[in-house]
Design a protein around this ligand. Structure first.
Ligand SMILES: C[S@@+](CC[C@H](N)C(=O)[O-])C[C@H]1O[C@@H](n2cnc3c(N)ncnc32)[C@H](O)[C@@H]1O
Length: 280
C-alpha cells in the first residue's frame, strides 16, 4: 500500500447561488477539515464559510499581485496554489473552496491537486454547480440537442479555432475579452469589435446571442439579455457575464457514415439468416 503523507487536500465548489447549491459532501469537508482556504467573491458565502470553518484563509488579496509591475493573473493563481500547498505541507487537512465548480475555468485547484499528489499527499476534487449548469437550467438549453462548444473568449480570439455553427457556442470571460496583459478585469468596445468581426466569419451580424449572468443570491435577478451579435461592442458586460451563441445553422446528415452504419446493421440482420440456411 502507498504510504501517503499526513496532509490532505480536497477542492470543493460552493455553487453559483448562495446557500442551497453546496453539496452535502462539500459542506461536510468545509465543516470538518482543519482549514478552509477560499477564493469566493460572494460576500455572504464568504461570511458563511468564515462562520463554519475551524480556520479560514482568504485568497482574494492575492489578486493585488496583478498591480505589481511584471506580475499577471498567472502569478496570482500560482501564489494561490502555493498558499494552499503550504497548509497541506504543515500536515493539515485542507479544504480549498471555489465558487461554482472548483475545476471549471479554475486552474488553481487543478494546480494545487497536481502539486499535492506530486509531493505524495492525498488530494482530490469534489464537483460543484457551475455557471454552465445554471445556464442550462435558466436558459432551458440542453447541450445535448445540437452539441456544445465551450471556450474562453480571449483564447477563441487569439487562436485559430474551428467553430461549428450547427452547435451551441458558450464563450466564457467575455467581460475581459482580448486582455493580453492578464492584468485587467474589464474589456472595451474595440476589443469586443475584434471578437465580433471574428465571429461574423461564422455568424450573421443579426444572429441573436445571449448575455447570461446567473443570479448569485435570492435578491438578484438572472440576466438573459438577447441582443444581435453586432451590438455586442456596446453592451454592458461584467466579469461574470457569459456569452451564449445558439446554433445558427441546421445540422446536415453525413450520408456516407449513415450508409456505412446501415450496411453494418444490414449485415448483422443477414448473418443469423445465413447461419440458419447453412445449418438446414
Ligand atoms: C474564472 S471563471 C469561473 C467559473 C466557475 N468556476 C464555474 O464553475 O462556473 C469566470 C467565468 O465564469 C462565468 N461566470 C461566473 N459567474 C457567472 C454568473 N454568475 N453567471 C454567468 N456566468 C458566470 C463567466 O464567463 C466568468 O467570466
Amino acid at each position: 500500500m502507498l504510504n501517503k503523507k499526513a496532509g490532505k487536500l480536497v477542492c470543493v465548489g460552493t455553487g453559483m447561488r448562495m446557500a442551497g447549491q453546496l453539496t452535502p459532501l462539500a459542506k461536510s469537508y468545509i465543516e470538518s477539515f482543519d482549514v478552509v482556504i477560499a477564493a469566493v467573491p460572494n460576500m455572504f458565502t464568504r461570511k458563511w464559510l468564515q462562520g463554519v470553518a475551524k480556520e479560514y484563509v482568504c485568497l482574494l488579496d492575492h489578486y493585488d499581485d496583478t498591480k505589481v509591475d511584471g506580475k499577471t493573473r498567472r502569478d496570482t493563481y500560482r501564489r494561490m496554489a502555493d498558499t494552499i500547498l503550504h497548509e497541506v505541507r504543515q500536515g493539515k487537512k485542507v479544504c480549498a473552496a471555489f465558487y461554482g465548480h472548483p475545476g471549471i475555468f479554475a486552474c488553481i485547484s487543478h494546480m494545487a491537486i497536481a502539486d499535492a499528489r506530486q509531493e505524495g499527499f492525498e488530494a482530490h476534487m469534489e464537483p460543484g454547480i457551475s455557471a454552465l449548469d445554471s445556464l442550462v437550467a435558466d436558459l432551458g438549453i440542453d447541450p445535448g440537442t445540437f452539441g456544445m462548444q465551450s471556450m474562453e473568449a480571449t483564447q477563441f480570439m487569439i487562436y485559430q479555432r474551428q467553430i461549428d455553427p450547427t452547435a451551441l457556442l458558450v464563450l466564457w470571460q467575455i467581460g475581459i475579452a482580448g486582455d493580453l496583459t492578464l492584468k485587467r478585469f474589464e474589456t472595451e468596445p474595440a476589443h469586443l469589435q475584434i471578437i465580433v468581426n471574428k465571429l461574423m466569419k461564422t455568424y450573421s451580424p443579426d444572429h441573436e446571442v445571449i448575455l447570461y449572468e446567473a443570479a448569485t443570491h435570492p435578491l438578484e435577478q438572472t440576466r438573459a439579455d438577447k441582443i444581435r451579435l453586432c451590438e455586442l461592442p456596446q453592451a454592458a458586460l461584467k466579469q461574470i457575464t457569459t456569452l451564449v451563441i445558439p446554433a445558427a445553422n441546421k445540422m446536415q446528415i453525413d450520408q456516407e457514415i449513415v450508409d456505412q452504419l446501415r450496411a453494418l446493421s444490414d449485415s448483422r440482420v443477414a448473418w443469423p439468416l445465413l447461419v440458419q440456411v447453412l445449418l438446414k
